[in-house]
Design a protein around this ligand. Structure first.
Ligand code: PLP
Length: 355
């Protein structure tokens, strides 16, 4: 068991309007922190009042972005209990990201203890309305005070949490996606597979461009040939071509291995669909479209779970997908996955973990 010191608030904050939570706007009463120092390892785990940090402006994180993060949710089940969805997967990914960024490894059990402890402490912040949840953001920053370029010898691991509203408060609406051909998000040998802030910083420009043109997200192509499909926005992507489900393979290391992606592949196969993980070119999707065989396209991620694509603009043509409606594959996947996460559907894979 991770030894956690508790310093609890004397007075809790007023709770937000549960009907207007939005995403990432309201933070809870407490936060988890644990420090790392070379020679000492991770130490001084504590849950303290949510507060500002005081950091030297020369801290390495501000200059060379030695930083990583994770994202998962705690769900309120019909019996009033709270559960996590496959936290072991997030913890494994955290250590893969850490390895890539030269951040020290974390003990798996310690991170699970920390996740459970902070969610338990903030249990009254886990919302109860349909589709709502408590978003959990673990992250690590490099805190050495010096401007030399090499891995920091000290870090802070923190977990903050925020109640978030239903992603689809007005029902699932397909989104318009723009194929980005100028900028890329990741390259082979880079950090695409790691959850790091830097990947987001460099993708903002494409996102801005797409939004200005009236699209909600961009479809990223591979960084070398600009031919193969990587991801859509900050989600993994699935296409249903002629009844077969296809999602880009992870081998190149430029795609973030989503927990929702992995779970979706497993669930879809369990439902009897053929799912292929392989290279998928934009040309293949365009050809399927021309032959009337582009059945569905959707993104997957913790925030939206499943986000159907209604329109895909390649720059050469605007492809209308499934008449701008959610298709049967995406709908079935969404219902099953959200059913398991919120405890309404039997969890036959043993994916959920009670807090
Ligand atoms: C987090 C993330 C995803 C989705 O991962 P989940 O574990 O399913 O939430 C996909 N793409 C990118 C770039 C991400 O950062």
């Amino acid at each position: 068991m991770l030894n956690i010191r508790y310093e609890l608030v004397k007075e809790k904050k007023a709770k937000p309007d549960w009907d207007n939570l939005g995403f990432g706007k309201h933070f809870t009463d407490h936060m988890f922190i644990m420090d790392y120092d070379a020679g000492q390892g991770w130490h001084d785990a504590r849950i303290v009042p949510y507060q500002n940090l005081s950091l030297d402006p020369a801290c390495m994180v501000f200059h060379y972005a030695q930083e990583m993060f994770e994202g998962l949710k705690a769900y309120r089940t019909p019996d009033g209990s709270v559960q996590l969805f496959r936290p072991d997967q997030n913890i494994d990914r955290m250590n893969r990201t850490n390895e890539r960024l030269c951040i020290p490894q974390l003990d798996k059990n310690d991170v699970l203890d920390a996740l459970r402890a902070i969610v338990k402490t903030e249990e009254d912040w886990v919302p109860k309305k349909e589709g709502t949840s408590l978003y959990i953001r673990p992250f690590i920053i490099a805190t050495d005070v010096q401007l030399g370029v090499h891995p920091s010898k000290s870090y802070k691991f923190m977990i903050i949490t925020c109640p978030v509203g239903a992603y689809y408060a007005e029902g699932i609406k397909p989104v318009k996606i723009f194929v980005e051909r100028e900028y890329v998000r990741a390259v082979r040998g880079g950090t695409g597979f790691a959850k790091v802030g830097g990947n987001y910083a460099c993708s903002l420009i494409g996102q801005e461009k797409a939004e200005k043109m009236g699209y909600s997200q961009v479809l990223w192509l591979d960084g070398i040939e600009h031919k193969y499909i990587d991801e859509v926005g900050a989600m993994n992507v699935f296409f249903v071509l002629d009844g077969k489900v296809i999602t880009p393979a992870l081998e190149e290391g430029s795609i973030l291995p989503g927990v929702t992606r992995k779970s979706s592949i497993q669930l879809l196969r369990d439902m009897g669909y053929t799912v292929e993980e392989r290279k998928l070119s934009l040309a293949e999707v365009e050809e399927a479209y021309a032959n009337g065989k582009l059945d569905e396209a959707f993104g997957t991620g913790t925030a939206a779970v499943v986000s159907p694509m209604g329109l895909l603009d390649t720059g050469d043509q605007k492809m209308l997908i499934n008449n701008n409606e959610i298709g049967p594959v995406a709908q079935k996947l969404y219902d099953t996955l959200t059913g398991i996460q919120w405890g309404r559907v039997e969890d036959k894979f043993g994916w959920t973990v009670k807090v």
